[in-house]
Every structure is written in C-alpha cells, then in structure tokens.
Design a protein around this ligand. Structure first.
Ligand code: SAH
Length: 412
C-alpha cells in the first residue's frame, strides 16, 4: 500500500522484497521500481506535484472557461491566443498547474529520460538560424564512424539504462541510407532500445528502409507553420515539402516527434497559435519545441533569443490540447534557463528530458547554438531510468497506447 497526494493505492512490490513500511519508493504502472531516500523523495515531490491550490475565484471568467473547456473539446485559435497572451501571475499559475494536473492524470508520474547522440556536424542545408549551416565557418565539423555511434548507444543503453535514443546529424549525405540502416541493425542486435532518427530531408524510400531495419521514430521539426517565414529562412527548401515529409513518415508508422522554434524573427503570438494548431493537426506523438538561440556566423546571429516564458506557455498549452503526448523539456530551454528551466518545464506539462550522449571529444563541435546546458545528469539518471527490462516494456506499453488510440501502431 502506498500513500501519495492522490490517496492510497495498492502497489505490486514483488521486485523489491526488502521494502519496509515507511520507505519511499518510485512506482510506475503500479509496480514498485526503486527505493528512494527521503531527501530525494522530497525533491522529486516538489518537482512533480502541483504546488499550490489556486483560488479560482480570482481568475478572469473567460480564462477559467478556456481552461475548463480543454477537458471536453479542442481549443479555438482565439482561445489559444488568449492563453499565450497572458502575463497575469495568477493566470499563469493556473495555466501551468492545470497542465501539470493533466500530465499527472494521463501519464501518472511516468516520465523518462531520452538520450541524443549527435553523430555528424556536417550539413548541406543553409538554415538561417543554425550554427551547423553549410556556410558557417564557426562550426567545427566531425563525423562519427559507425562503430563509434553503435558504441556510444551501447554504453548508454547497457550501462546507464537508456531506453530511447535519438541519432541526430546535420543533413549529411556522406552517410548513405544503407550505412544508416546498418547502424540501426547493429544497435538493435546489441541493445533493447527505441531508435529515433533525426537526419533531416532524405528520400522517403530511405526512411522506409530505416523503419524496416528497426528505427521506431523520427525527430523532424517543421520549425514554423508560416509558409513565408519558413521559405525565407530555409534557402532551397520548401515548407510544403517539409510537411509532406512529416505526413509520409507518419503514414509509414513512425512515431513522430515534431514541433517548432520559438522566437524566430517576425514570429507573432498568432503565428505561435498556428504552430500549435499545426502540430496537433499533424498528430505528432512527441512535441518538441524550444527557444531560438542566436548562433555566431549565421544570418540571425544578432537577433534576440526566444523567450523562456513563451516556451513554457507553449508546453502547457500543448499539454492541454494533447493530454497523452510525450513532451520533452528541450536542451535549448535549459540553455537559457539552466536547471530552473528543467524544473519549470517538467512542472508545466513536460514529462521527459533529453540528455546529451555525444562523446565528450565531439560535443563542442555540434554547435547548433552556443553554450548548451548540461547538468545534474546523474541525479536524473538515477531516478528517471530503470535498468530492468521491465522499464522497456513500460515504455513500449505507453507508446503502444498512443498508437492504438490512433489505430496506427505498426509493430516492432
Ligand atoms: N538535420 C536535422 C536535424 C536538425 S538539428 C533536421 O533538419 O531535421 C535539430 C533542431 O535544432 C532543428 O530542427 C532546429 O529546430 C534546432 N535548432 C537549430 N538551430 C537552432 C538555434 N540556433 N536555436 C535553437 N534551436 C535550433
């Protein structure tokens, strides 16, 4: 029997025969998975439990009606804009707390840590914001070999307990489809892990082969839903093609992680509302949004960074609209707000973290933007990941549930 903020419930403690009354535990899907010290338990509770009970009578009626409406229907564009616009501290608290409550109701305290291996900093594209763009002289370029990539993943999965790994690079055609397929196969032979590919625009045929080899997901942002803005900052690329990729990937049965940048030049709050609506209508399975951070030697190097508060509002609104979706707190938010960004993201509707697993010697060269945040990985790894095979099963079950609801899960 455990007691938490939602009352008492029965928990299966078969895996932990030494448990005593009074011990603190972490549990998932009603199975006890970890004993936790009282001190750590307090820290985790402070992070994940809704903090205060807001006096709803103080809230503007229109605002309260919007928060209530999201339980029974999707939100209209002007309602999303109303939420995005608020600067009122009570309204903000209500928004974040509502998102946190919805996360808890739908995902319990299931939150996990994903890893990212950035395996090549070469890129053929010239995106105006990105430090890896082809014309940037500031980017140090490197490529990891297949065995380095497989080794980094093996280490993270078999030694540190990671269950979901993103393989990311610039759009780098040095790696042929067949090379990527081989890398995926080698990883799947050695470890029980979900692989997400974030390798940009290459043929859908290639994506099909990677799926067949064992890749489960893609991380592929549409970056902005404004066609004009997209086309103006992505020379040689087109918004319509980007969206066609996402639809094609989804149709193949990929678990799709997508989203947009916050704080691009010319972006308005109305535009952000459209970005959120686009994300929902694409049916993304994992939301990935983060602030733009200016990068040296790019056309946008002098522009101000995107705003952390807007990013948190977007995470919270995404949670209201997509109660079961995975929402990782992105490194870019942590970079502008450090550990506090992580805490705020997780208590505003976010439910996972993305840690960097790129080998030390390459990390500094993968400079999409400067001063990327790393911190407290060990404490998080200790409680966010479970080494047992069971935890892979739990993740599989969660991913499966989302697909089943959409009638789209295609195995593996
Ligand atoms: N080549 C792959 C991976 C791109 S890098 C692809 O095109 O999909 C992953 C993400 O980093 C990009 O989708 C972009 O949203 C983000 N990014 C790039 N430059 C950034 C910057 N200056 N600030 C914040 N995020 C940035």
């Amino acid at each position: 029997m455990v007691k938490d903020s939602r009352g008492e419930k029965e928990i299966n403690a078969m895996m932990m025969p030494d448990l005593k009354v009074g011990d603190w535990i972490l549990y998932a899907s009603n199975i006890a998975v970890h004993k936790v010290s009282e001190e750590d338990a307090m820290e985790i509770l402070a992070l994940l439990e809704p903090k205060s009970h807001i006096d709803l009578s103080l809230l503007d009626k229109e605002f309260l009606d919007i928060l209530k409406a999201c339980h029974t229907r999707g939100l209209e564009r002007d309602e999303i804009i109303r939420l995005l616009k608020t600067q009122d501290p009570t309204e903000l608290e209500a928004l974040f707390s509502e998102a946190n409550t919805i996360r808890q109701a739908n995902l319990k305290d299931f939150f996990c840590i994903h890893g990212i291996v950035e395996f090549s900093s070469y890129c053929v594209r010239n995106c105006h914001y990105c430090g890896l763009r082809r014309d940037s002289g500031d980017a140090g370029r490197y490529r990891m070999s297949a065995s380095e990539i497989v080794g980094a993943v093996e280490d993270a999965v078999n030694k540190r307990g990671y269950k979901l790994i993103v393989l990311q690079s610039g759009d780098d055609f040095y790696y042929t489809d067949d090379m990527l397929v081989d890398i995926i196969r080698m990883i799947k032979e050695r470890c029980k892990v979900f692989i997400f590919m974030s390798v940009g625009e290459r043929s859908l045929e290639g994506y099909k082969k990677m799926k067949a080899a064992g890749a489960s997901g893609v991380l592929f942002r549409f970056e902005t839903s404004s066609r004009e803005l997209y086309n103006s900052i992505h020379p040689g690329q087109s918004y319509d093609e980007r969206i066609a990729y996402l639809k094609g990937m989804k149709a193949m049965g990929y678990y799709v992680a997508s989203g947009f940048l916050i704080g691009l030049p010319g972006q308005t709050l109305d535009g952000i509302a459209d970005d959120i609506i686009t994300m929902k209508s694409l049916g993304v399975n994992m939301v990935t949004v983060g602030p733009f951070i200016p990068s040296a030697d790019t056309p946008l190097s002098e522009r101000p960074a995107g705003d952390a508060m807007t990013t948190l509002k977007v995470i919270a609104i995404a949670r209201l609209l997509m109660p079961k979706t995975k929402i990782p707190v992105t490194t870019a938010l942590e970079t502008i707000e450090s550990e506090e960004g992580r805490r705020l993201g997780l208590s505003s509707g976010g439910n996972s973290l993305m840690f960097n697993l790129t080998p030390e010697r390459y990390r500094d060269f993968y400079r999409i933007y400067p001063n990327k945040y790393h911190g407290k990985e060990e404490m998080w790894e200790k409680y966010g990941l479970f080494k047992e095979a069971l935890s892979y099963k739990m993740l599989e079950k969660k991913m499966f549930e989302v697909f089943e609801e959409e009638g789209k899960y295609s195995g593996r």
